[in-house]
Design a protein around this ligand. Sequence first.
Ligand code: HEC
Length: 153
Amino acid sequence: MTAEIRAWDTDVMPDGTGLPPGSGTAAQGAEIYRRKCAACHGKTGTEGPFDRLAGREPRQAFPFGRDPRLVKTVGNYWPYATTLYDYLNRAMPLTAPGSLKPDEIYALVAFLLWRNEIVADTAVMDAQTLPRVFMPARDRFVLDNRRGGAEVR
Ligand code: HEC
């Protein structure tokens, strides 16, 4: 029973709690991305056919609420690099969610952050470095600090 719960208890929190051992760089991620992701997200993360992953525009302001045509990406909308890890771990690739190993996920996160001009192509992503990455949209969101009661922030 404990083992079953542990298998599902993979949450990675915004502050990095839950990140497993492992590491990866953009160069390593580029190769994995080409094999496992490019068919759906495009060669450089911008071509589709599915969600666009790279792109910082519009760099100024945050007009997403006013203009529904604006495309949300990792670079212009995602608030935490840590929860990008969490999302890839549980949801991607769409056809085989849960199949990626920690080293592969760190490398893919590094690749996507590099594609979005957030980290250098040599940056090593791991449980220590990932929580320190400051995402462009970081200050556009507030942490949900409700504890299950009626209080709403
Ligand atoms: C079979 C097609 C397919 C493959 C392969 C695939 N994805 Fe996705 N991906 C999608 C779809 C469709 C969505 C949108 C899911 C949704 O909105 O619920 C998505 C969403 C995403 C998002 C969230 C985008 C956002 O801004 O909300 C990220 C990040 C992502 N994918 C990364 C990856 C990575 C990295 C890989 C390779 C390991 C991958 N995907 C492989 C189809 C795919």
